[in-house]
Design a protein around this ligand. Structure first.
Ligand SMILES: [Zn+2]
Length: 183
């Protein structure tokens, strides 16, 4: 689908939602705000962090990953483990900056995308476009949408549909799979 068609389609959908829920919900912030957040993320990128924005695949052997990562990082990033809730200091991180993959340093979220979900895991309502990809996992009884770093394939978390406007999405991320770079 062309970008313009997508934007028009999304706007029409938003209009329908607004009509149906006008009395029970506040007006959605709209897609413009979402697009701005996705477009403006580089202003939160610290110049001296030295983070590469290349999405050329990083492929290491299991042994190389074990040497590069802590055991907790390896469990989440390479084996799709889940950290204990409230175990990561990034859950309460409120400074402006960039959250990058702990495996390869690819920026995945800006601080503008973060919200407090109260779950004990760092949560975001969207992600930096083109830096992660999703697949469906069937580890539990019901299917869940898993997402991982596009560059190194490291597992980050799952996307749920109970997030805030403007997307309604909650990207529930393992803090140990991220590294924070304040701007
Ligand atoms: Zn990565």
């Amino acid at each position: 689908m062309k970008r313009r068609e997508f934007i028009i389609g999304a706007a029409a959908l938003g209009g329908t939602t607004l009509l149906a829920c006008a009395e029970s919900r506040p007006e959605p912030a709209g897609n413009k705000e979402l697009l701005d957040v996705q477009k403006d993320w580089k202003q939160f990128l610290p110049e001296d962090a030295g983070l590469s924005l290349s999405t050329e695949p990083v492929e290491l052997s299991e042994q190389e990953w074990r040497e590069r990562l802590t055991p907790a990082q390896f469990d989440v990033l390479r084996e799709e483990g889940t950290e204990r809730p409230s175990s990561s200091p990034l859950d309460t991180e409120k400074r402006a900056g960039i959250f990058a993959c702990a495996g390869c340093g690819l920026p995945l979220f800006s601080s503008e995308m973060k919200f407090d979900s109260g779950t004990g895991w760092p949560s975001f309502f969207t992600a930096i476009p083109g830096h992660s990809e999703t697949k469906t996992d069937f580890k539990l009884v019901w299917p869940r949408k898993e997402y991982h770093c596009l560059r190194c394939g490291g597992h980050q978390g799952h996307i749920f549909k109970d997030g805030p406007e403007p997307t309604g999405e909650r990207w529930c991320n393992n803090g140990v799979a991220l590294k924070f770079y304040p701007v």
